[in-house]
Design a protein around this ligand. Structure first.
Ligand SMILES: [Cu+2]
Length: 321
């Protein structure tokens, strides 16, 4: 009793703290705007879809939401009518019948049909999500604590590889406790650049613990598991910047490994590929470090099969330190 009274006495203090936190939240909310391709202020719904799969997921979400809401309302209204108008105090007398085959068939068949109605389009979408065949470009995304390594494996750009880390300025803002900007904790140093309207296959794996490659606007979320490969795909309808984050709790800096995908026109992509491959050729010929050259020439000696390029050398450095 005493402890309850004590808790009640503390309520105004907690209310004040809550109001203060809410006030701070509103103050921050006022400073930021919606981020196209990323989260929106006070967002309740899914991200606007940028791929056909994301559109299907959005449609499924609304269809199932509407069916569930209707069922909830029908059950609630039936229950309230029964409680209010058929209560004992009003003289209601319970029916005497027992076991009714038609009713039992109805309450088994109708929910079954509703579930089938929801499962059919959902299955179609899942099958489409898993169809990674005939891709134009394949990129391997490797999760590290706490960054992403990208290796372009096939298609235009094959051979490009780099690491994408949280923008250092944003890391500093986070350390100082002063979040700023619409893309706070979503900007990276090297975004993943890909062309519009091409089927992109992403192979996911990880170097240490389980991560997940998640870009909501693409309708893509795939675990990246050490020692295993998984794949997913997307074809983006329009150019722009799209943002996501690691979606598997992977350690203390889980919140600091964002994903930034830049979808550009085919011409811009070809130009970017030329620049990257040109830079790589230049740095390859200028690379006087025999250890790095050896590591790149003999990827089989790495712990991570198939890792090559900057991702491998950084992984090797990370192991050494
Ligand atoms: Cu992670």
């Amino acid at each position: 009793m005493k402890s309850i009274a004590k808790s009640l006495a503390a309520l105004p203090r907690w209310a004040a703290v809550g109001a203060m936190m809410l006030g701070t939240g509103w103050a921050h909310a006022a400073k930021v705007n919606d981020l196209p391709g990323g989260p929106a202020v006070m967002q309740l719904n899914l991200h606007p879809p940028a791929t056909q799969i994301a559109q299907s997921i959005d449609d499924l979400h609304w269809m199932i939401m509407i069916i569930s809401t209707l069922l909830f309302l029908i059950v609630c209204v039936a229950m309230l009518i029964s409680i209010i108008f058929h209560r004992k105090s009003r003289g209601a007398v319970p029916a005497k019948w027992h076991e009714s085959v038609p009713i039992e068939v109805a309450w088994t068949a109708i929910p079954f049909l509703i579930v089938v109605l929801m499962a059919m389009p959902a299955t179609k979408t899942i099958v489409a999500q898993k169809d990674t065949t005939n891709s134009d470009i394949t990129v391997k995304a490797t999760g590290y604590q706490w960054k992403w390594g990208y290796d372009y494996l096939t298609g235009e750009g094959a051979g490009i590889s780099f690491l994408a880390e949280l923008d250092p300025e944003q890391r500093a803002l986070s350390n100082a406790g002063t979040p700023q900007g619409d893309d706070y904790l979503l900007r990276v140093d090297n975004p993943l650049v890909l062309p519009v309207d091409k089927k992109i296959r992403i192979i996911t794996t990880a170097n240490d613990v389980i991560h997940a490659w998640f870009v909501p606007s693409f309708g893509v979320k795939q675990d990246a598991i050490p020692g295993l490969v998984r794949d997913t795909w997307f074809r983006v309808d329009k150019t722009g910047d799209y943002y996501g984050q690691c979606a598997e709790l992977c350690g203390k800096e889980h919140a600091y490994m964002p994903i930034h995908v830049k979808i550009v026109s085919q011409e811009e992509y070809s130009q970017w590929v030329q620049e990257q491959l040109g830079d790589k050729a230049a740095s390859g010929s200028a690379d006087a470090d025999p250890a790095t050259a050896k590591a790149q020439a003999q990827p089989g000696q790495q712990d991570e099969p198939g890792l090559a390029g900057p991702a491998a050398s950084v992984a090797a450095k990370a192991r050494i330190s």
